[in-house]
Design a protein around this ligand. Structure first.
Ligand code: ATP
Ligand code: MG
Length: 452
């Protein structure tokens, strides 16, 4: 087994070996190296103590020195070098209360979560695989190192990591590991929102977002996203649908590219369906107001999981308009671009495509055609540079003030009225037209023109 190491990593390993220490790349980068994937970062494990490591390199940062980690800087790149360690007792399913350094590589491997993450490598000794990680890569299995129940009881985040790796790699979770997930999923309630968020985002932006269903089946979403469990329990007897709400959500995620905002939008676009369901006389389900309520629910989920504002606002905006219906006419599309936002509009088309692909075949061709047509009209509007927002309007507040309007609310009202006209009639977007005195008075109700 040969893993190609970057030059900087070789330099670090050689320097440490030259000084008489053991050193290996370890963890995720070995796993990714074996898989032929580009590792995100290269971590190094060594028997050298942090102080000993620091003496060997010019630029180092004490990243987590009490846990044995120093970062070595080469150019702009940082490499974490961690002393072999044994994690002490975990007091609260989260943090080891203490760590002990060890001289034994196997001891360090034992504390790692999964067999595929518990391998080390250097060029002299090749792959060090004491727990069958390579076999599990070949068998596509996520398996805990040691007893799964103990490992999840020590640190419940590993439960999320198990599902997340299974989604990123398309692996099955091994039976005993799965049982332990089920039994201990409740412990996830002790894990910080930020760390849950990170893992959830990795899961839904992976190549296999459908593994969210595994998370549901194992009782993980019940703890971190109970709103989704309600969706799995809500059938949709409606000609437009063939799945329950939860399966529809999953299918919609599979039909959109792996962009964080887009995948989160799909995850939550129908989250309010269980709360808005009504059944008519024919037994058909309707979900009136689910977009609006969905925005509120998504908002509170994003807050609970401590998402950043930008992600939350963008996803909520797309959720609000995901079911917005309008014809593919220039007028209607300009108005929709104005409502949704010019930059966000193409994202909305992606959302509508994914939503449609996760529905039944009923009118599917027509729905897809409408999206295609809307896209063409949108592109034409962009090419023609039609005005769709206040900032493209030929008239601004200053123009009105110089005509004698008192600064304040009235300015906004007049500009809105003008935009309203221009959205329907783009050819009206000129100063000559909009500021023509008679029109100002009659159409835009500007009653304060400075006649002098
Ligand atoms: P990623 O591709 O997401 O970076 P990774 O496997 O590198 O995946 P990291 O969080 O960077 O994950 O952790 C590096 C290594 O540290 C892991 O491969 C694993 O060996 C170990 N590790 C990380 N988190 C835990 C944990 N909660 N419990 C046990 N070992 C862990
Ligand atoms: Mg990593």
């Amino acid at each position: 087994m040969k893993i190609i190491l970057p030059e900087n990593v070789k330099t670090i390993l050689d320097t440490m070996h030259g000084a008489g220490f053991e050193a290996y790349v370890v963890g995720g980068c070995v796993r990714d190296g074996v898989l032929g994937r580009e590792p995100q970062d290269w971590d190094i494990t060594t028997n050298a103590l942090p102080e000993e490591t620091k003496k060997l390199f010019r630029r180092t940062i004490d990243t987590g020195i009490e846990h044995g980690t120093v970062t070595i800087m080469i150019g702009k790149e940082g490499y974490e070098v961690t002393t072999y360690r044994i994690d002490g007792k975990y007091e609260d399913s989260r943090h080891p209360s203490e760590v002990t350094f060890t001289k034994n590589l196997t001891e360090d491997m034992k504390r790692r979560d999964f067999t595929i993450n518990a391998m080390a490598y250097n060029e002299e000794e090749g792959l060090i695989d004491r727990f069958g990680g390579l076999d599990d890569i070949k068998g596509k299995v996520i398996r805990c190192v040691g007893d799964p129940k103990e490992r999840f009881a020590e640190d419940a985040l590993r439960i999320m990591r198990a599902v997340r790796f299974s989604a990123q790699l398309d692996y099955e979770i091994e039976e005993k590991t799965k049982e332990a997930v089920k039994e201990l999923a409740q412990n996830l309630s002790k894990i910080s929102a930020e760390r849950i968020q990170t893992e959830l985002v990795k899961l839904v932006t992976s190549d296999h977002p459908e593994k969210l269903k595994t998370a549901y089946e194992l009782g993980v979403t019940k703890v971190i996203l109970p709103e989704f469990d309600k969706c799995m329990e809500t059938a949709q007897n409606n000609p437009h649908h063939m799945y329950n709400v939860g399966d529809h959500i999953i299918c919609s995620m599979e039909n959109i590219r792996a962009d964080k905002v887009l995948r989160l939008t799909m995850l939550m676009h129908d989250i309010a369906k269980p709360a808005t369901i009504t059944v008519d006389d024919e037994g058909v389900c309707h979900f009136k107001g689910h977009s609006e309520l969905g925005v509120q629910m998504a908002h509170s989920i994003f807050r609970r999981l401590k998402f950043d504002r930008d992600t939350m606002d963008r996803a909520c905006n797309l959720i609000r308009y995901h079911d917005d219906r309008f014809p593919a006419t220039p007028k209607a599309v300009r108005r929709a671009m104005n409502r949704v936002g010019v930059d966000e509009f193409p994202y909305l088309l992606e959302v509508r495509y994914a939503d449609t692909m996760a529905q039944s075949m009923y009118y599917r061709q027509e729905k897809l055609q409408l999206i295609e047509d809307t896209k063409k009209v949108y592109e034409e509007i962009l090419a023609k540079k039609d005005c769709v927002t206040l900032k493209d309007l030929a008239v601004n507040g200053k123009d009105l003030i110089s005509l004698g309007v008192t600064p304040g609310k009235k300015i906004g009202e007049i500009l809105s009225a003008m935009l309203d006209d221009v959205l329907d009639n783009p050819e009206h977007n000129s100063k000559e037209y909009l500021l023509e005195p008679e029109r100002l008075k009659k159409t835009f109700l500007m009653d304060q023109i400075n006649e002098g």
